[in-house]
Design a protein. Structure first.
Length: 135
């Protein structure tokens, strides 16, 4: 499902969902044709009733994480952390759904080991490290 308030993005999404066609049998780029089956639609119709509440619950948890990092003196500003962590943020004019709460730290592997020892789940979703600055 795609939602947008951009006419250009909506037009491109429509084109891509029809095998990349704006005009029948003329493919501007490679697209796809994927339709939701009835079972998935039935589940989605039930789940959509709860999505605002689920998103709000994740926002509440994210605010708590922010507060705890700040209270512990671990929150750092800027793109690159030195001793603590750089917290995720909401872009002005938008509402984050906090599907993931991704932090940046210079000591990623040590933090992960610390959490694992305490049986606290974490994951490295973006395994690449920035090598643009030496410490």
């Amino acid at each position: 499902m795609v939602t947008t308030n951009s006419d250009d993005l909506a037009e491109r999404a429509k084109m891509l969902r029809q095998h990349g066609m704006r005009r029948r049998y003329y493919h501007d780029e490679i697209g796809w044709n994927a339709r939701m089956d009835g079972f998935q639609g039935a589940i989605l119709s039930v789940k959509l009733k709860y999505i605002d509440g689920w998103n709000q619950a994740r926002r509440t948890v994210a605010r708590r994480y922010h507060a705890l990092f700040r209270e512990a003196g671990l929150a750092e500003s800027g793109p690159y952390p030195f001793h603590g962590v750089v917290l995720p943020h909401e872009v002005a004019g938008s509402k984050h759904v906090w599907h993931q709460y991704v932090i940046r730290t210079a000591r990623r592997d040590a933090l992960r080991a610390f959490l694992t020892e305490r049986r606290i789940g974490s994951e490295i979703y973006y395994p690449s490290r920035c090598t643009c600055r030496k410490r």
